[in-house]
Design a protein around this ligand. Structure first.
Ligand code: GEK
Length: 266
């Protein structure tokens, strides 16, 4: 497919989705050929297209956000903290804020990208409907941010960006902060031990992106930008880490191609 073809495809996609995608915020960051592809970063450019980018790149993203609210509403305990770790623009925080009605809960949302936090604050300040549970945003690294008195913790597509050798510590700190009966929701891009399955699931993910209007060039350039940054693990690696950290049980509640979300019970 030529770059011109891909431009047509993106244009068709945009018009087909006029109800959802504001043309100013359509993700075209990797649409033109780049001489040098730098490592992906959550900078101002990414922030300006983020809702479109994540919805067209992560199978089931909208359902995962919606169910984050549903699960949080079930497991939130009165007078506790609900953490959204790697909150980006606060989609999971807002889903929880609308549905959690237990007395005295606070949503504490953390991200280490300054442009993300600034934009998230604008979106939360501009929300027209008051939420039953308040949200506070923090510019910080989830690896150091103090966690306590939690009933719900959310890591929606964040752990995958933390260096593999530091992931045990992140999960252990969350386990230590969660009250008995609390939960961790962990959503991740995953890989598969079996090489053939891994290649097939990755191919299906690329087909999903292509179907959402990304050209082969965009898919390939974004993949290169993420190569050393986003490091997926298998479901079994996640499960073993969670059990080792003290979670009682781990259930996968969403799985599509090489993306999954699980709930770990404390
Ligand atoms: C959503 N949860 O919309 N500390 C804090 N934030 C971090 C760190 C870190 N060490 N590393 C990465 N981030 C969101 C989507 S996006 C997923 C999460 C994606 C932040 C990073 O700045 C970015 O905002 C977020 O984690 C990952 O449900 O884009 O694939």
């Amino acid at each position: 497919m030529s770059v011109d073809d891909s431009a047509n495809r993106s244009a068709n996609h945009s018009s087909a989705n006029q109800g959802h995608v504001d043309s100013r915020s359509a993700d075209q960051l990797y649409a033109s050929e780049r001489e040098v592809i730098e490592r992906f970063s959550f900078d101002q450019q990414v922030v300006s297209v983020f809702p479109d980018m994540i919805r067209r790149s992560v199978p089931g993203y909208s359902s995962i956000i919606e169910m984050t609210g549903v699960l949080a509403a079930r497991y939130a305990q009165p007078d506790t903290h609900l953490y959204d770790l790697g909150c980006s623009l606060g989609a999971s925080s807002l889903a929880m804020a609308h549905l959690v009605r237990q007395r005295g809960c606070q949503i504490i949302s953390v991200d280490n990208s300054e442009p993300m936090i600034e934009r998230a604050q604008q979106l939360i300040d501009g929300a027209t409907v008051a939420t039953p549970t308040p949200i506070t945003l923090h510019l910080a690294d989830v690896q150091q941010f103090p966690l306590q008195m939690a009933s719900v913790a959310v890591l929606n597509f964040t752990l995958q960006f933390i260096a593999s050798e530091n992931r045990d510590a992140v999960i252990e700190r969350i386990a230590a902060a969660l009250n008995p009966g609390g939960i961790l929701l962990l959503s991740e891009k995953i890989c598969f031990e079996d090489e053939q399955e891994d290649a097939l699931q990755s191919d299906l993910h690329h087909a999903f992106k292509f179907n959402n209007g990304y050209s082969r060039l965009e898919i390939s350039q974004k993949r290169t930008a993420l190569e050393d940054y986003l490091q997926p693990e298998t479901i079994e690696q996640h499960r073993q880490r969670l059990l080792k950290a003290g979670f009682k049980s781990v259930h996968v509640w969403f799985h599509c191609f090489n993306f999954m979300s699980l709930v770990a019970y404390r």
